[in-house]
Design a binder for this molecule. Structure first.
Ligand code: 6PG
Length: 472
C-alpha cells in the first residue's frame, strides 16, 4: 500500500488549499474529513494532483509514512481537542501533530504539555487566507526543536517567500509561541485595516470623493511606501461596481464589521499582561461600535453635524495622509512587538524579532514593504526585542512622518470624523516618547482618596501624604 508523507484532517477551504499546496510541492497528501461526502467531492475534483482520502481514522493513520506528520485544519476550540483525543491512542513515538488553525495560544500550551511522551505537538499559525494556503502562506510554528526538524522540509517548501526569496517560516519558539505570534499578527491586521478605513472615511466625508476616486488614491499609495497586500486589495474593494443595482458595491455593504475573535484575544491578552496596545484594542472597539447600527442611526438623527470645507487642497491632503498612515502603522507594529516582548519574557520564550518581521514579509495578510523595513531594523539589533522606536532607521522615519500623523488626527477631530486608530497610534507615540507623564497626578489622587501610596523621583521608598490635613 502506498504511504503518504503527510496527512491532513479537516477539509474546509483552508484545509483543502493547504493540502493542494503540499501536493503541488511534491508531498502527496492523505486526507480525512468527518463528513465523508466533502472528502469525496474534494478528491473527485483534485485527487489527480496527488491527494486521496480515507473514510476512517484507522485507515488514514495506516496510510502515513513514519514518523507520521498530521496537519489538523479543524475549527479552533473543542474540535481540536476532539480530534486529538481520537488520534492519540493510535499514535507512536516520533509522530508529529500540527494544529494549523487559529487556536488560542493558551490551548496550544495546554495541549503541548499534555501530549503523551514521544508524541510531538506543533501549534502553527497559518496566515494568508484561502489564496495564501494554496499558493504559499506565512507559517508560524511553535514547537520543540525535534518537531521542527521533522516538519521543516515540508513547511519550507509550502511557505511563501520573503523579500530575499527565503521561505516565510521560522521556528518561532516553543509550544504556544507560534499561535501567539499569529494572534498578534491578527491584531495588527485589525489595526491597519481600521486605519485604512478611517483614511477612506476622511476622503469620503471631508472631500466627498466617490469610491472610484478613493480607490485610485489607494492604488497610488500601493506604489509607494505603503505598498502592501491590504492596500492592493483596497483598490478592487473600492472600485467594484454593484451587480445588483447601479453604483459601487462598497456603498451597499452594511457598515457592521464582523470579528471571529482573535482581535479580541489580543486585546484581552494585552490587558492581562499590562501591556499598552491602544490601537489594536481600539480597532476591536471600532468593530464593536460599528455593530450598533440601529443606535447609530437614531443618534445620527439627534446630533446633526455639518462638515466644513476641506482644510487643504486634496493633492496636499493625500500626501499628508500617506505619511500619517505610515507613521501610524509603525506605531501599531511597535505596540504589537512590545506585547510580544512582554509575553515572551513571561513565558520565557526566546524570540527573534527580525525573524518574526521577516516571515510576515510574504504570504500573510499584513505582508508589506514595511515589514522588510522592520526586518532590517530588527536585524541591526540582532533580532533582540528592543523597542521599535529606539532603532535609528525607525526614528528617522518617525521624525519625518509624525507631524503628518498629528495633522491628520487633528483634522479628523476638527471635522468630526471618528479616527480612533489614528488617534491612538499617535497617543501611543506621544506617551511613549514623553519623559514625564501626568501619572504623577493620578498617583496623588489615588493616595488622597485611598492611601494607595506613591513613589518619589528623588528618593526610594513608598510614601503617603495626609493630604486633607495640609494647609493649602
Ligand atoms: C489570516 C487571517 C485569518 C482570518 C482572520 C479574520 O492571517 O489569514 O488573519 O486568520 O482572516 O482571522 O478574522 P476576523 O474574522 O476576526 O476579522
Amino acid at each position: 500500500m502506498k504511504k503518504y508523507p503527510v496527512g491532513l484532517i479537516g477539509l474546509a477551504v483552508m484545509g483543502q488549499n493547504l493540502a493542494r499546496n503540499l501536493a503541488s510541492k511534491g508531498f502527496p497528501v492523505m486526507t480525512y474529513n468527518r463528513t465523508t461526502q466533502t472528502a469525496e467531492e474534494f478528491i473527485k475534483a483534485y485527487g489527480h494532483e496527488g491527494l486521496d482520502f480515507c473514510t476512517t481514522l484507522k485507515d488514514f493513520l495506516a496510510s502515513l509514512e513514519r514518523p507520521r506528520k498530521i496537519i489538523l485544519m479543524v475549527k479552533a476550540g473543542a474540535p481540536v481537542d476532539e480530534t486529538l483525543n481520537a488520534l492519540l491512542p493510535f499514535l507512536e513515538k516520533g509522530d508529529v501533530l500540527i494544529d494549523g488553525g487559529n487556536s488560542n495560544y493558551h490551548d496550544t500550551i495546554r495541549r503541548s504539555q499534555s501530549m503523551p511522551k514521544g508524541i510531538e505537538f506543533v501549534g502553527m499559525g497559518v496566515s494568508g487566507g484561502e489564496e495564501g494556503a494554496l499558493r504559499g502562506p506565512s507559517l508560524m510554528p511553535g514547537c520543540n526543536k525535534e518537531a521542527w526538524k521533522v516538519i521543516r522540509p515540508l513547511m519550507q517548501k509550502i511557505a511563501a517567500k520573503d523579500f530575499s526569496g527565503k521561505p516565510c517560516v521560522t521556528h518561532v519558539g516553543p509550544d504556544g509561541a507560534g499561535h501567539y505570534i499569529k494572534m498578534v499578527h491578527n491584531g495588527i491586521e485589525y489595526a491597519v485595516m481600521q486605519m485604512m478605513a478611517e483614511a477612506y472615511d476622511m476622503l469620503k466625508r471631508m472631500y466627498r470623493l466617490p469610491p472610484q476616486r478613493i480607490s485610485t488614491i489607494f492604488a497610488d499609495y500601493n506604489q509607494g511606501k505603503l505598498k502592501s497586500f491590504l492596500f492592493e486589495i483596497a483598490v478592487p474593494v473600492l472600485s467594484r461596481k454593484d451587480d445588483l443595482k447601479s453604483g459601487y458595491l462598497i456603498d451597499s455593504i452594511l457598515d457592521k464589521a464582523g470579528q471571529k475573535g482573535t482581535g479580541r484575544w489580543v486585546a484581552l491578552d494585552a490587558l492581562e499582561h499590562g501591556a499598552a496596545l491602544p490601537t489594536l484594542t481600539e480597532a476591536v472597539y471600532a468593530r464593536s461600535l460599528s455593530s450598533f447600527k440601529k443606535e447609530r442611526l437614531l443618534l445620527a438623527s439627534l446630533y446633526k453635524r455639518t462638515i466644513p470645507k476641506p482644510p487643504i487642497p486634496l493633492n496636499e491632503f493625500i500626501i499628508v495622509l500617506e505619511n500619517a498612515l505610515y507613521a501610524g502603522m509603525i506605531s501599531c507594529y511597535a505596540q504589537g512587538f512590545e506585547l510580544i516582548r512582554i509575553t515572551a519574557e513571561d513565558q520565557k520564550w526566546k524570540l527573534n524579532f527580525a525573524e518574526i518581521a521577516r516571515i510576515w514579509e510574504g504570504g500573510c495578510i499584513i505582508r508589506a514593504d514595511l515589514l522588510n523595513f522592520l526586518h532590517e531594523a530588527f536585524l541591526i539589533e540582532k533580532g533582540k526585542p528592543v523597542h521599535l522606536f529606539t532603532i535609528p532607521s525607525i526614528r528617522h522615519a518617525l521624525n519625518k512622518d509624525i507631524p503628518s500623523l498629528r495633522a491628520i488626527t487633528s483634522v479628523a477631530v476638527q471635522y468630526g470624523v471618528p479616527a480612533l486608530a489614528f488617534g491612538t497610534a499617535l497617543g501611543y507615540f506621544e506617551s511613549m516618547t514623553s519623559a514625564i507623564l501626568p501619572a504623577q497626578f493620578i498617583q496623588g489622587l489615588r493616595d488622597f482618596f485611598g492611601a494607595h501610596t506613591y513613589e518619589r523621583i528623588d528618593r526610594k521608598g513608598s510614601f503617603h501624604t495626609p493630604w486633607s490635613n495640609l494647609n493649602l
